[in-house]
Design a protein around this ligand. Structure first.
Ligand SMILES: [Cu+2]
Length: 162
């Protein structure tokens, strides 16, 4: 018991010291209106947000880390010949200086694959957005119906068929 505690304490110390040594990278990226819809545990959810590059350099969102889902992918929904389909953004999402991109139903979205627990309105799903510059931005996806004016779900369970 005592040794297990010692190992845990050493691990915490290691994590803290590595965090302290990693110089925080400045980022001009601003994250606003991050939200998600209520979903059942084990289901796939979707995350939406607005990213604005207020910096002077381009940056690319390359991955999203969260304990709320098994995996997070960036997807883009598009309509071609009347058929809606989604493709994965394999190389992430690039933001030029001054550019703003909104992830919203029917367009870009984060695919939260395998939600680790059920989420209901009012919950917050913490996540870290990782950029090619090395910047890591923490945000929280607020579960609900989204900001005013958010498009309604464009098709039922639009993430079941990936
Ligand atoms: Cu998707």
């Amino acid at each position: 018991m005592r040794s297990a505690f010692a190992v845990a304490a050493a691990t915490v110390a290691l994590v803290l010291s590595s965090a302290a040594h990693a110089a925080p990278k400045a980022s001009g990226i601003e994250v606003t209106q991050a939200w998600s819809r209520p979903a059942a545990a084990g289901a796939n959810g979707a995350g939406f947000m607005t990213l604005t590059n207020r910096g002077k350099a381009a940056d690319t969102l390359v991955s999203i880390e969260t304990k709320a889902a098994t995996e997070v992918q960036m997807h883009q929904t598009s309509m071609a010949n009347g058929i809606m389909s989604m493709k994965r953004l394999e190389t992430g999402l690039a933001l030029a200086p001054g550019q703003s991109v909104t992830f919203a139903p029917g367009g870009y979205h984060l695919m939260l694959i395998g939600l680790t627990k059920a989420s209901k309105a009012g919950d917050r799903l913490p996540a870290t957005l990782v950029f090619s510059s090395g910047a890591r931005i923490k945000t929280e996806f607020v579960v609900g119906s989204g900001p005013k004016g958010a498009p309604a779900m464009t098709m039922p369970m639009d993430h079941m068929n990936h």
